[in-house]
Ligand binder design. Structure first.
Ligand code: CA
Length: 199
C-alpha cells in the first residue's frame, strides 16, 4: 500500500460509514453526509513531526506572520482531507509586519502541493499579483497556524474560513466550493494546480 493510500484509509473509513448505508437507500443524503464529514475534517490541520530541520513560526491569516525555517519530516495527524502518516517538506519564511510571507509544502512529490506567498512590497508597488496560492478560495486566508520544530515538533492550524464553510454547509451552502470534491486521488495534486488563485 502506498503512503498516499495509507493516509487516506482513515478518511475513507469515516466516509464509508457515513455514506455507505445511506447511499443504497438515499444517495443524496449519502452525498450530504460525506460532504459534511469532509468539511469537518477541513477545519483543522494538526501534525506531529519527526525528521530533520528547524522551524518556529506563527501565522495569522495568509498575510501576517513571524518566524520561519525548514524541515523534512515524517508527519502524522490530520492534513488537508487526509488522516494518517506521510512525508513532508516544508519551507516557511515570514517577516514581521507582513513584508514577506511564504509557505511551501510538499507531500510525497517534487512540486509544492501547497503554496501561498504574499509580498507587501509587491502590493505597494501595485504589481499584478502580490498574493498567490495553490489553494483555490479566499476562505483559506482566514487561518491561524503555529509550528514549532527541532527534529521533533508540532504543526497546527485552525482554519476559521473552513469552519465557516462547515457551519453554513449544514444548511446547504458551500462557499468553499469543495463539496463533491472528495479525497485527493493517487497522483493528484491535492489542491489542484489548475485552481491557482492570485490576488
Ligand atoms: Ca463545503
Amino acid at each position: 500500500m502506498t503512503s498516499t493510500a495509507r493516509r487516506s484509509v482513515g478518511v475513507f473509513l469515516l466516509c464509508a460509514l457515513l455514506s455507505g448505508p445511506a447511499a443504497s437507500g438515499c444517495g443524496s443524503f449519502g452525498d450530504y453526509a460525506r460532504d459534511r464529514a469532509w468539511d469537518a475534517l477541513d477545519m483543522v490541520r494538526i501534525q506531529g513531526l519527526a525528521g530533520v530541520g528547524l522551524d518556529v513560526n506563527g501565522e495569522l491569516t495568509h498575510f501576517f506572520g513571524i518566524g520561519g525555517g525548514a524541515f523534512h519530516a515524517w508527519a502524522a495527524g490530520i492534513g488537508t482531507r487526509r488522516i494518517g502518516v506521510w512525508h513532508e517538506l516544508c519551507l516557511d519564511f515570514d517577516v514581521p509586519f507582513a513584508i514577506v510571507l511564504s509557505e511551501k509544502r510538499t507531500i510525497d512529490g517534487d512540486e509544492p502541493d501547497r503554496r501561498n506567498e504574499f509580498n507587501l512590497y509587491d502590493l505597494l508597488d501595485q504589481k499584478e499579483h502580490p498574493y498567490s496560492a495553490t489553494e483555490n478560495n479566499k476562505l483559506q486566508w482566514l487561518s491561524a497556524r503555529i509550528c514549532v520544530f527541532a527534529f521533533v515538533g508540532i504543526d497546527a492550524e485552525l482554519r476559521v474560513g473552513e469552519a465557516l464553510d462547515f457551519v453554513v454547509g449544514i444548511f446547504g451552502l458551500d462557499p468553499a466550493k469543495d463539496d463533491k470534491a472528495g479525497a485527493p486521488r493517487e497522483g493528484d495534486n491535492a489542491w489542484g494546480s489548475d485552481t491557482k488563485s492570485q490576488a
